[in-house]
Design a protein around this ligand. Structure first.
Ligand SMILES: [Zn+2]
Length: 126
């Protein structure tokens, strides 16, 4: 799937690599700055992908996505529902609870984002 501009590190702060992070200009208790249309479109696209991943992979025993968190230097595991909820929260202007991974995940039931993408691509190629 072209057009996904994140690698296996989803979900993440959309401004994580932005040197002009607008959050740095806000009061500490201000809500998250509004997302740009591009960011919203990107998150909506990812949200649709998560739904598709869940539809295709959940019946095969895959429960969600894992990624290496640069902040914690640990793997975080997210169920499909949690991923979708985080993205919906971001779209709603709420900070997503990125550091609240699933409790005691069965690590063999989670795949990297890129794996899920590749799996869908494989299905499309048939
Ligand atoms: Zn973390």
């Amino acid at each position: 799937m072209a057009g996904v501009n994140y690698d296996a590190q989803m979900p993440r702060d959309p401004f994580a690599d932005d040197p002009n992070d607008p959050a740095s200009f806000l009061e500490a208790d201000e809500p998250m700055p509004p997302l740009s249309e591009d960011e919203r479109a990107s998150i909506r696209q990812d949200l649709e992908l998560v739904a598709e991943f869940q539809r295709v992979l959940a019946p095969r025993g895959i429960q969600g996505i894992f990624f290496l968190c640069e902040d914690c230097d640990e793997f975080h595991y997210y169920d499909w529902d949690i991923m979708a909820a985080n993205m919906s929260a971001t779209l709603a202007g709420e900070l997503s609870p990125v550091h609240e991974p699933s409790a005691q995940p069965d690590v063999s039931a989670y795949v990297p984002w890129d794996y899920a993408l590749g799996y869908l691509d494989g299905l499309d190629a048939r």
